[in-house]
Design a protein around this ligand. Structure first.
Ligand code: GLN
Ligand code: ZN
Length: 768
């Protein structure tokens, strides 16, 4: 039996990589210092795994920005627009220019596109392919890093995205070909890499082919067969570990099992049924190994040794211990680094801390599981085993987690609790009478500029340098100025500006029971950017109102309507580490009930328009299409529960950004928000077509300007977009608003843009 790790976090336990790369970009450290920082991280990671007794330690899992971009460079697939830049710059600067764009010495290149890595919050740089795309070995990163580890006395297993997944991750940049047909051009470079690794003594290679978890075409499956047979034919002595993760093989299972590889890696956290399927299918060739991904690489919970050992023992009984590897479910790049750095008992209490494991602890778990499963260590006499059992038992019954009132409330949800009192048509009439808004009403999405000053108040307040009274007074002043600006510029539905919020999920998490926070639980999101998701450990409830104070204060300042502003249950779920001891749908429903109470309290406080943001609804979609319906069912229901406690004449808004709506438009309509605002301007209103084709019945605010840019659009541009919108959506259904919140913008450009936006709405009204 062996231990096998798929990848280790490369940001460094104290975000050393972030610090070094940002210093390098700012010109404050040399390229040698940056490279040295990378080397340090790799050495630390390898040594840590080596000392922990991991047999198959990954190399080439390090990256200065992104592993897909590394591979693009390795394969020489550099888009043409970088040709000039490449001539006069070092390869690392070219690399960063492809990742982030570059403006220097009169050169100006834009970055390559970035998108989410499957259903994670990690973003990769999307390869760009042309019809006659050539590939050539350009960077020896994978080879030098293998050597580097060898020099430290550590034989590693190089990790590479497999050729088929690499092509599928990319995009065709011109018409007339399918990127999968580039496989013939691509394979020779992979062979060249394998040859060099073999000469250096590499025994194993891990090919990540996560597309095996997605819905593939027959042609794509056929290419899998061809490619891996050819690799096997040319390199019979290299042991290929084929890694699939994030979901089941599904209908690709038979194709996969017929591939001539040494080992299949299975994600048994996401797809526990897979092991039985494979063991019972009889299709696993003799001598082929299974790498059992039993330790969750996507979450922070301590492994349940008893449960994992049952799974491992089942596989051992059929295949024998020699054919079993113990592994994390996927690369640990999606886990925070080291739980032992969490030393502040106020943020993470000892009781909660004992339930958790970050990357370093997961490595330990993998080693221990192997020792128990192979009887190297007697579990009945092991303090580690006892501690693991205790923590898991404690978590099952802890009063911190289990709240009968919350559980009963979920069970007691009645038919109709997820429905407004009347249909939209009826509500609409009542809202028209109650709200008296003009045609093309103007509004914003919620946040106004979070200036350095506003952030400094929060920092001082947290350090105790400002009292609550002083802090609130500053926020009140900022809110009042924002209300006055909106009134003066003629906006119809105002917002308070969200100055009291650090982040749209953390702000609510901090006020809800069942949430906690780490000090150092950072996970790479893209490049040097890391996120620190809240931890949902227990039943969620709302001890007291969360936003009513600010909403009431803001409304008291104005005779115009001020929107109440909330984050929706699906988005709160999606951007947190979620407990794994109950279905996600259950946790989401608990959050929905808490938000529902807040909505009702806002209504009681006199707030007539309430927005429940759900930007993350789409990113929660499962990877496999056959699982979409079940997810959408509970996600939409959670939103409806949160929104349905109010009277007909209270208007519920929702907001979504970064979304394609085509294939989920029915579900968006089912959310039944009175008004939805969406990001639209960069697509020139194209995203609106889904709503038009569907004859979306409720009101809709397609964003008329891009808030990601400091550029101030003219009212003419916005009129042009609104005319496009009015051509496909009836005018009396349309709202006028920016794409998203304004918190990253400066006041100056914000004011100018909103004044232009109001002028655009007035012009539209005049033309009716
Ligand atoms: N109300 C939030 C804001 O304006 C919405 C942010 C989002 O959709 N990502 O900041
Ligand atoms: Zn948004």
């Amino acid at each position: 039996m062996k231990t096998n790790n798929l990848g280790y976090p490369r940001i460094g336990s104290n975000r050393e990589l972030k610090k070094a790369s940002e210093l390098y970009w700012a010109g404050k450290i040399s390229v040698d210092e940056l490279i040295e920082a990378g080397k340090d991280i790799r050495r630390t990671n390898w040594e840590l795994q080596h000392q922990a007794g991991i047999d198959l330690i990954p190399s080439n899992d390090f990256s200065f920005y992104d592993q897909v971009l590394d591979l693009t460079l390795t394969l020489g697939a550099i888009p043409e627009r970088y040709t000039d830049f490449a001539k006069s710059n070092s390869s690392i600067d070219l690399y960063f220019a492809m990742a982030r764009g570059a403006q220097k010495n009169g050169q100006d290149v834009v970055a390559m596109e970035m998108t989410k890595w499957f259903d994670t919050n990690y973003h990769y740089i999307v390869p760009e392919f042309t019809k006659n795309q050539k590939f050539a070995l350009l960077s020896e990163k994978i080879i030098t890093e293998f050597k580097e580890a060898n020099d430290l006395g550590i034989a590693t297993k190089p990790v590479l995205i497999g050729p088929i997944s690499y092509l599928l991750l990319g995009k065709e940049k011109e018409e007339g070909f399918n990127r999968i047909d580039l496989i013939e051009n691509l394979l020779p470079v992979y062979f060249e890499i394998l040859e060099k690794l073999e000469v250096l003594g590499a025994k194993y290679i891990q090919f990540d082919e996560p597309f095996l978890a997605l819905n593939l075409t027959d042609k794509e499956r056929h290419i899998f067969t061809k490619v891996y047979n050819e690799i096997n034919k040319r390199f019979p002595n290299i042991k290929v570990i084929l890694a699939n993760y994030f979901d089941c093989f599904g209908e690709n299972l038979a194709t996969a099992l017929a591939l001539p590889v040494d080992t299949f890696h299975l994600d048994l956290v996401r797809c526990p049924a897979q092991l039985d399927d494979i063991l019972e299918s009889g299709q696993l060739a003799a001598n082929v190994n299974l790498s059992l991904g039993v330790v969750d690489g996507r979450n922070i919970w301590k492994n349940d040794f008893k449960k994992s050992l049952t799974i491992i023992e089942k596989a051992v009984a059929v295949l024998g211990a020699d054919r079993i590897f113990i592994a994390p479910s996927c690369s640990l790049v999606h886990s925070p680094c080291d739980l032992s750095l969490e030393t502040n008992d106020n943020t993470l209490t000892p009781e909660i801390k004992q339930w958790l494991a970050f990357a370093k602890q997961k490595i330990e778990e993998i080693r221990l599981l192997k020792q128990f499963a192979s009887n190297e260590v007697d579990r009945n006499n092991s303090a580690d085993f006892a501690e693991n059992t205790f923590a898991n038992e404690n978590r099952k019954t802890s009063k911190l987690i289990h709240n009968e009132v919350v559980k009963n409330r979920v069970v007691g949800i009645k038919n109709g609790d997820d429905q407004r009192q009347n249909t939209f048509a009826t509500r609409r009439q009542k809202q028209i009478e109650a709200l008296k808004l003009p045609l093309f009403p103007t509004t914003t999405i919620g946040s106004f500029p979070q200036t350095a000053e506003v952030r400094s108040w929060r920092a001082k307040f947290k350090k105790g340098e400002l009292t609550q009274v002083e802090y609130d007074a500053l926020l009140e002043k900022e809110t009042e100025e924002t209300i006055r600006f909106q009134e003066q510029s003629g906006i119809d539905v105002l917002v308070h500006g969200e100055f009291e919020r650090n982040d749209m999920v953390e702000y609510f998490g901090e006020q809800l029971d069942g949430f906690t926070f780490t000090k150092n639980g950072w996970v790479q999101s893209y490049g040097s950017r890391c996120v620190k998701p809240p931890v949902i450990y227990g039943d969620v409830s709302r001890p007291k109102p969360m936003t009513v104070r600010w909403a009431k204060f803001a409304q008291s300042l104005s005779s115009k309507w001020v929107k109440g502003m909330l984050t929706g249950p699906v988005t709160i779920l999606q951007w947190s580490f979620v407990r794994n001891d109950q279905p996600r749908s259950e946790t989401c429903t608990q959050i929905a009930l808490a938000i529902r109470d807040e909505v009702v309290d806002l209504e009681k406080a006199g707030i007539k328009i309430i927005q429940i943001d759900e930007p993350a609804i789409r990113e929660g979609l499962p990877l496999r299409k056959e699982e979409w319906a079940a997810y959408l069912d509970w996600a939409v229901k959670a939103f409806r529960i949160s929104a349905s406690g109010v009277q007909d004449d209270t208007q519920i808004h929702t907001h979504m950004c970064y979304s394609e709506f085509n294939d989920i438009i029915q579900n968006i309509a089912d959310m039944d928000a009175d008004v939805i605002t969406i990001e639209c301007s960069r697509s020139q209103m194209e995203l609106l077509d889904a709503f038009a084709d569907f004859k979306y019945p409720n009101e809709i605010g397609p964003g008329v300007y891009d808030i990601h840019s400091p550029r101030v659009p003219s009212n003419k541009e916005m009129v042009h977009l609104l005319e496009k919108a009015a051509a496909v959506i009836p005018a009396n259904q349309l709202w006028v608003n920016p794409d998203c919140g304004l918190k990253t913008r400066h006041w100056d450009e914000t004011k100018k843009a909103l004044i232009e936006m109001v002028a655009a709405a007035q012009e539209m009204r005049a033309a009716v």
